[in-house]
Structures are given as structure tokens and as C-alpha cells.
Design a protein around this ligand. Structure first.
Ligand SMILES: [Zn+2]
Ligand SMILES: [Zn+2]
Length: 644
């Protein structure tokens, strides 16, 4: 008999050789129908793998990330089989599951594959899927593997790097692939497939190696799920921040200025300023002090901080002064500068915490192929701050930072998020710098803070940086995509390297603890995320123009100006459209520009001293007095922007 522990902690005894699927059946038929993958003692296994030792078993369904990974990994095999059948002579290389779907890199030889082939591939895949072929793993000797792939130099290269005795194949239908396992029970579970795109990809990502064709696909257990996914993709295209950024005139790029260097247009700059002021106001209340530091620093600064050794000289862009032969580097992060600000004074424990904040622009080298809109750039501004505190203060400081991050999320409409606490790997204590008891305190402080704030969090063992534990927020946007946002990092390393001290109540010198935090991450990435999350319909407090006043004709210019003045007195951002255009055209344009409110002004409105209110999206609020409208919009603003 063997003892199997399930995730809820319950233990069950089974005959040796039982499979995960048998265990599922022993729990319920319903569960067994839904189980598509499993892990045993933390290792991926097949649902038909015989279990021969005691251990803990986790069963996965489509709802789990692990279940999806197995589903898409298995679908990649089906795609490979379809390609092999449809394009004789095509050489398969590797085909992993990815976050949304899977791909296969193929050397198509004489064939070229394009969008017009997608339907044929999909139909072939579905035909194979309907055969309900079991996925079966088996071991193979190195010789056997090499002979199967004697005409495929790519697989041959992979096999040559494997130890004899560790090589496994997966068979289904008439198809065999080199594979380490992790499949769903059979192909019949795959009910809907879509070939999404093809792209060029170098073998092993090396541009000196042959170019292959990467075929991207996705699959689902239900047709309905595929339809929903495709709708989501359509919506994501509409919300692409590069497209919206252009339409809303927020930012641009210039080849002349350089790739990956965004240029903020007046409307974009105004948006940034509002975001910055919003955070500055909250930070001021939370006891932060603004500092300003230069865009460059001496090489020595980054040697001291350890960044130079860690990131390598290639990541830094050097600047040499012409006469004095000094070497400066473009600033890739603000922390070293802030450490030197801390060092400019002698601090006592009574002075701490010190909280230095800066909207600091940094520069990092990214390969041109990696650049993407505002999300991957070479120059960006972090909403950075570094907190220096005593170990005893860490607990409270951490909670306060979480409050600030949650305030930012709440005010900007990010309601769906989880937290991840990254702690040490206790098996590898040598990997980490700093005092063990301090680490314990810090990890406990983060976990307590997460609990205290009611966060939905997971603890990831071994995920901490060598210099300290951290808390990451994973935000889900309106389209269900996950983004990492708002890291809070404890650091024992930089205070040590910069020899930062404070005088304790015992009159001895001590090391402060440092916290790095940036709720937005960077202004660039955050604006991109916000655009894609809201589709450009920002929370009303952030909207560049909250109200557009549309007059029916020039006759009402004076009255329109009066309405504008009144709104401006209430600190509402408004604009009048006086142009001699039809009201229909004016409304359509105002809709495109996403102004939250439109006020229509004509004869009756002027005579009765009122305005007709229309909301973005078409909702009609009727004719009311301007004062009443000001009250409505102010309430709207206060609803989205609470005070900190
Ligand atoms: Zn496989
Ligand atoms: Zn930092």
C-alpha cells in the first residue's frame, strides 16, 4: 500500500501502481471527468502514470494554470502531427505551451505557410483530435532516438545533448515526438482549435542559426471558449495602447530621436502630470520627501552598488568627458543616488524613517527587436521611492506602502489583483546576504502586512532576491490579462554596500533597512496598461477634458462661455466646441475623444439658463441647470478619487 496526500491535507491509502486518474475516480466520477493533468511530489506526471511511492498528489482541471499548460502542450503535439501530414518533409523542432496557447517551430523546407493554410491545419488538427488518441509516454535509447530523427538535424542536436537513459517519447495516433511529458489523457478533449499566426524565429533564438517558422495556435475544451477568446483578442486590438496613444494624441516615437525613446505630446504630458500630482499628494500625506538626482552617475557609483558587476558593462551606456577623462554612466536605476542622499547627513533612530521619492528617469538598453510601444522602452520614468528605516519600523512601513499601492489601484480602477510574497529558500541559506534574524523579521513583516490588509496572496519559497524578500502585485486588466504592478522590495544589500548607518537609542551605529517601491512601476508602462485596461476611458478625475460643451450654433457662443466659466470655477476641466459644424458631427467627435460628459446648448437651454447633458456612450440625462450638473460631475469625480 502507498499513502497519497491530497492538497486539502487528507491522506488516503491505495494499492501500489495506482494512477492519478484512479485516485480522481475514487474521489468522484465528476472529478475524474474533469481531471486532465496531475503532479506528484511537485513533479509533472501523466494522469496514467503508476504511482509507486508515498507522496502528495495534485489533480488539475482546465480551470488550473497547470491544466491549461498540459492541454496546450498536448495540442502542440496535435499541431505537429497535422503539419507533418500536410507538409511532407517539414522538420519539427520544438513546440512548447505558452501563456495563451502554444507554438511549434518548424523548418518547412520548400513549403511556405501563410494565413491561407490556417483553416486546413485547423481542420486536420480537429480530425486528429476527434480520433480520441491516448497520449502515451515511453522511454527510448539514444540510438533509437537518433535513428528516428536521422533526417532532422534540429531534433538530432537536442538528442545529442541528452543523457542516454533519460530520453522519452510521447506517442499518440501514428505520431511520435521527443517529449518530457505532461499531457492530457487523450486528444478527444481538444474540441476547438485556432491557428493564430506565423512568425519567423531563429533556431535556439540565435540569429546565426537557421530561420524557422513559428506557428502559433490555441485550443479549448469547448467551442464557446474559443469564440470568447477570439472576441477578447479583437477587443485587445482595439485597445492596443499604441493605437489609442495615437488617436488620443498622447505620445509618439521618432526614428530620428531614436528607437524606444517615447516623446510625450501635450495631451500625454498633461496626463502624466495629473498622475504624478495624484501620487505626489498621497506621498506627501504619507511622509515622503521629494528629491531630484541627475540622469548620470560615475561608474564607481554602480561598482559600489554592485549593479555594474551584476548587469555587466554592456548594459550601461558610458559617457566620457572630453578633457578630464572621467567616465559616467547613464542611470539605469535611482537607488544608488538615493543612498548617497541618505549618506549626506548623520541620522539618529529618531529621524527615521526617511522616505525619499523621485520621478526619476532611467535608461536601460533593450534590443531593438524587444522594443514595444510604451511597455518596452529604452528611457522611462519610475515613480520611485526609497524608504530607510530601523528593523523595528519595517512592519509599519511595509503596511503603509501597501496602503499607498492599494490607494493607487483603487483610484485607477484596478480592482482585480492578487499578491505574491517571495521568501528565501531555506535549503540554500548561503544564497542570501544579511542577518538571518532580520530576514525572518522582514519575511514575517511582509506576510503579516499581507494578512492584515486582507490581500489574496501566495507565498513563493525561493523566489526572493539575494538581497531581500518582496511583495509583488499581479493585476488582472479588463480583458483578463495579468500584469505585474507595484513591487515592494526589502533590501539589506545596498545599506551594507553604501555603509549606511544611523545612531540607535543605545548610542551605537546600526544599519537601516531599505525599501524600494514604485506603485506605477514606470509612467510609460503604467499609461500603456491604463490605456489597455480602460480603452482610453480613464477614471473621470484623470480625464484631460471632463466636459465638452457643444453649441448648436455661433449664436450661443456667449452663453456657452458662461457655462464654461462656471464649470472652471468648480475646477472642472471643460472645453467649448464653437465650430460651425452640425451637432451630430460634434457629438461623434466628442465620443471619439472619449470625453465623459457633453453639454448641448441651443435656444431653449439659453433661455432657461440650463444645459442638456449627454454621457459618453450615449446616456441622456436631460436638461438641468449648470449648477446641478456641476454637482453631478463632482460627485462622479469624488467617487473615483477618494482622499488618501
Ligand atoms: Zn509532450
Ligand atoms: Zn530602488
Amino acid at each position: 500500500m502507498i499513502h497519497i496526500t491530497l492538497p486539502d491535507g487528507s491522506k488516503k491509502s491505495f494499492e501500489k501502481g495506482i494512477t492519478p486518474m484512479d485516485v480522481a475516480k475514487s474521489i468522484s466520477e465528476g472529478l475524474a471527468r474533469n481531471v486532465i493533468s496531475a503532479s506528484f511530489n511537485g513533479m509533472k506526471v501523466e494522469t496514467v502514470t503508476p504511482l509507486t511511492t508515498d507522496g502528495s498528489l495534485v489533480l488539475y482541471t482546465w480551470k488550473d494554470d497547470e491544466g491549461k499548460a498540459a492541454f496546450w502542450h498536448s495540442s502542440a503535439h496535435v499541431l505537429a502531427q497535422a503539419i507533418e501530414e500536410l507538409f511532407p518533409g517539414a522538420k519539427l523542432t520544438i513546440g512548447p505551451a505558452i501563456e495563451n496557447g502554444f507554438y511549434y517551430d518548424v523548418d518547412f523546407g520548400e513549403h511556405t505557410v501563410s494565413e491561407k493554410d490556417f483553416k486546413t491545419i485547423e481542420n486536420k488538427m480537429l480530425e486528429i483530435a476527434r480520433g480520441k488518441h491516448d497520449f502515451k509516454m515511453r522511454s527510448a535509447s539514444k540510438d533509437e532516438a537518433l535513428s528516428l530523427y536521422k533526417d532532422n538535424e534540429f531534433k538530432t542536436e537536442l538528442i545529442k545533448n541528452l543523457e542516454d537513459g533519460t530520453i522519452t517519447f510521447c506517442d499518440h495516433s501514428t505520431f511520435t515526438d521527443l517529449c518530457r511529458g505532461g499531457h492530457i489523457p487523450n486528444t478527444g478533449i481538444i474540441k476547438a482549435v485556432k491557428v493564430l499566426s506565423v512568425a519567423g524565429a531563429y533556431w535556439r533564438g540565435d540569429e546565426n542559426k537557421p530561420q524557422l517558422t513559428r506557428v502559433y495556435g490555441i485550443s479549448f475544451p469547448k467551442q464557446k471558449e474559443l469564440t470568447e477568446y477570439l472576441q477578447l483578442l479583437e477587443e485587445a486590438k482595439k485597445r492596443d495602447h499604441r493605437k489609442l496613444g495615437k488617436e488620443l494624441e498622447l505620445f509618439t516615437f521618432s526614428q530620428k530621436v531614436g528607437q524606444g525613446l517615447p516623446l510625450w505630446l501635450p495631451k500625454g504630458a498633461a496626463l502624466r502630470e495629473r498622475l504624478e500630482n495624484f501620487l505626489k499628494t498621497a506621498q506627501k500625506k504619507a511622509g515622503y520627501e521629494m528629491v531630484v538626482t541627475p540622469h548620470i552617475g560615475q561608474k564607481e557609483l554602480y561598482v559600489t552598488s554592485g549593479h555594474y558587476a551584476k548587469y555587466g558593462e554592456d548594459s550601461f551606456q558610458p559617457i566620457h568627458t572630453p578633457k578630464e577623462d572621467e567616465e559616467f554612466l547613464l542611470k539605469p536605476m535611482n537607488c544608488p543616488h538615493h543612498c548617497e542622499i541618505y549618506k549626506s547627513s548623520q541620522w539618529s533612530y529618531k529621524d527615521l524613517p526617511k522616505r525619499f521619492a523621485e520621478f526619476g528617469t532611467v535608461y536601460r538598453y533593450e534590443q531593438s527587436g524587444e522594443l514595444h510601444g510604451l511597455t518596452r522602452v529604452r528611457g522611462f520614468t519610475q515613480d520611485d521611492a526609497h524608504l530607510f528605516c530601523t528593523p523595528e519600523q519595517l512592519d509599519k512601513e511595509f503596511k503603509d506602502v501597501i496602503d499607498l499601492v492599494l490607494y493607487v489601484f483603487g483610484s485607477l480602477g484596478f480592482e482585480n489583483f492578487t499578491a505574491q510574497v517571495s521568501v528565501r529558500d531555506p535549503e540554500n541559506p548561503d544564497k542570501y546576504i544579511g542577518d538571518v534574524s532580520n530576514w525572518e523579521k522582514a519575511e514575517q513583516a511582509i506576510i503579516n502586512a499581507a494578512k492584515d490588509k486582507g490581500l489574496d496572496y501566495v507565498i513563493e519559497t525561493g523566489e526572493a532576491a539575494f538581497y531581500g524578500p518582496k511583495l509583488d502585485f499581479m493585476v488582472k486588466d479588463a480583458l483578463g490579462r495579468r500584469w505585474q504592478l507595484g513591487t515592494i522590495q526589502v533590501d539589506y544589500n545596498l545599506p551594507e554596500r553604501f555603509d549606511l548607518t544611523y545612531k540607535g537609542s543605545d548610542n551605537e551605529m546600526h544599519r537601516p533597512v531599505m525599501i524600494h517601491r514604485a506603485p506605477f512601476g514606470s509612467m510609460e508602462r503604467f499609461v500603456a496598461l491604463l490605456l489597455e485596461h480602460t480603452g482610453g476611458n480613464f477614471p473621470i478625475w484623470l480625464m484631460p477634458i471632463q466636459v465638452k460643451i457643444l453649441s448648436l450654433s455661433e449664436k450661443y457662443e456667449k452663453y456657452s462661455e458662461k457655462v464654461l466659466n462656471l464649470l472652471e470655477n468648480h475646477e472642472i476641466r471643460a472645453l467649448v466646441d464653437h465650430r460651425n459644424e452640425t451637432i451630430g458631427k460634434k457629438i461623434r467627435e466628442a465620443e471619439m475623444e472619449k470625453h465623459p460628459y457633453m453639454l448641448i446648448i441651443g435656444e431653449q437651454e439659453k433661455n432657461e439658463n440650463k444645459v442638456t447633458v449627454r454621457k459618453h456612450g450615449g446616456q441622456d440625462l436631460g436638461m438641468i441647470s449648470t449648477e446641478d450638473f456641476a454637482k453631478i460631475i463632482k460627485e462622479d469625480i469624488n467617487k473615483t478619487l477618494k482622499s488618501f
